[in-house]
Design a protein around this ligand. Sequence first.
Ligand code: NAP
Length: 293
Amino acid sequence: MHILLIGNTGQLGWELERTLAPLGKVVSIDYPELDLSEPEAVRSVISGLRPNVLINATAYNAVDRAETEIDTATAVNVHAPEIMAEEAKKLSALFIHYSTDYVFDGTKNDLYVEQDRPNPINVYGSSKLTGEKAIEAIGGFYLIFRTSWVYSLRRESFVTKVLQWSRNNQTLKIVNDQVSSPTWSRMLAEVTAYLLIKGGDQPMAWLHDRVGLYHLAGTGVVSRFEWAKAVLKLNPRPSENVKQEILPALTSDFPTAAKRPLYTALDCSRFTETFGLQLPYWLTALQLAMENG
Ligand SMILES: NC(=O)c1ccc[n+]([C@@H]2O[C@H](COP(=O)([O-])OP(=O)(O)OC[C@H]3O[C@@H](n4cnc5c(N)ncnc54)[C@H](OP(=O)(O)O)[C@@H]3O)[C@@H](O)[C@H]2O)c1
């Protein structure tokens, strides 16, 4: 297997680089060697390296900044993945791309399935949805995985922020009305690697029969408040805490540039049934993450 991983410094990309290593030749490239806002650079890196698996772990994820940096969000979340899909198609390579629960408006108040109508309420979600559609329109050999609330202990994430806040503040106020499924970046990377070898002697043929878009996240549904409480309970360095109490708050208590969808938990049963892989419960994954980093 010859894998080209675009983005190896982000939460997911860092984990993917290590998890994919045993599967074959893995070449990784990231900013500043490759700037995704330069379309020709993206094209020439792929056509030059000629992988048979191309994985995009990059994204413009700054949800609030995206409201004003629309061109950058569009370049990274729409145009770059579109070029990747085009180049992968020319090579008959598998293209794996990740998208987000923020394609939904969060008003369903139940688990979102792939057939639900997306209706993003911020620029980030809208750019990721347009990116999905561009890949689907090219129609090559692709897998799009919509995931949610990705965290890592290595880069700034909600989990590391909660730990940091608890070291600096006596009272933590965490929103209780944003609900979804936390996803450990290592779990996402490992599941991606398992998929690549699941088909035995014919891994690509097996995946060819499964082209499409899937929801892929930690299982279970939790509010950010409950998630933060679990993080604090599992805190590996509790003696450093100055935190005395944690209180529920409302999203409207913290005005932000971008609107946040409230309920975006994903139903991943299509993924589980299609690929025969179980996805860990969010709290089980969090326990492992807190023990192992
Ligand atoms: N984080 C979440 O909560 C979340 C939720 C749902 C879905 N997702 C999706 O999951 C996937 C992985 O997300 P993540 O959390 O691992 O992302 P991340 O940690 O923010 O990493 C994003 C990566 O993209 C790179 N990048 C951004 N702009 C670039 C550019 N112009 N040129 C080259 N590289 C650029 C970043 O490089 P630098 O580090 O140098 O900026 C970084 O390596 C993405 O598709 C994301 O949309 C994430």
